[in-house]
Design a protein around this ligand. Sequence first.
Ligand code: AHM
Ligand code: MG
Length: 334
Amino acid sequence: MSKGLIQFIIEEQRAAAPGATGDFTGLLSDIVVACKRIAHDVNKGALIGVLGSAGSENVQGETQKKLDIITNEIFIESTVWGGHLAAMASEEMDDIYKIPAQYPKGKYLVVFDPLDGSSNIDVNISVGTIFSILRAPEGVEDPTADDFLQPGVTQVCGGYVLYGPATMMVITTGHGVNGFTLDGDIGEFMLSHPNMTIPEDTLEFAINASNERFWEAPIQRYVDECVKGKTGPRGINFNMRWVASMVAEVHRILVRGGVFMYPKDTKDPTKAGKLRLLYEANPMSFIVEQAGGVSSTGYERIMDIKPSGLHQRVPVILGSKNEVNRIISYHKEA
Ligand code: AHM
Ligand code: MG
């Protein structure tokens, strides 16, 4: 019989951190509940009136969907009470969320994007939740935004949930990557994809090609060479996919390899990229590296970046090792 997610994590913790208090497992089970509730709402969609725009904007000036707000609330509600968290931060909130006085506080920080790819929600295409667990700095009981500005290498756990044809949670605590499929009949995420690894080579890439004129030369070169296929310098045909849901994109790469790029562009010179370092790039980079892939801005390893702000954006190039390394080498040559 396959194993449930919490059993798996408890056993992993016993082996890797024998003195563990169970706090981390407690937090993770609260996150699991949050994601099951989100899966429920995403699945019911129009039947429960949750589709469409909320008519508001988030701190980044993006129009919020009703479900962006609902899922943000579900995530907070499901995790705030447990006593495992010192504070939270979300893509959908301007400032950090402090744990209200009526609840005990814990030693962890969680940062999350409650509904990534939400432009897909009204058209019934896969969306996801992304989260990253950090430790609050030693001795800090009442964290400020600065306490969240830790480089990705300090993450305790990175994970995502994909609300696709099946709902899946994929996580790493730094001991490889494991995938769990939600069995709706028993209400549990069951281990279905043990030890996920990204093939080192690939002939598939993902990028929003409508931005081509804004890309830097190394990305233009890489994509151009892929598109030229058999008759170009690579001498082989490539395939392209773009779901516009990072979770779906990363999941595809974990299963069959590939390269995902949301590179630096000149579309809006005030932004270094589209994706957010804390909520999206770091947890996904942790998972990708743990699965044997590479994740970079083109110029540096994403998980080494010391964040300068909660909502900081970064260029993201991740996936199959040999292809991402090639793209990095194009940046060096340029
Ligand atoms: P979101 O957090 O507002 O949903 O934005 C992030 C999403 C990613 O999932 C996806 O890779 C990207 O935005 C798609 O962007 P675009 O619409 O430019 O193709
Ligand atoms: Mg997002």
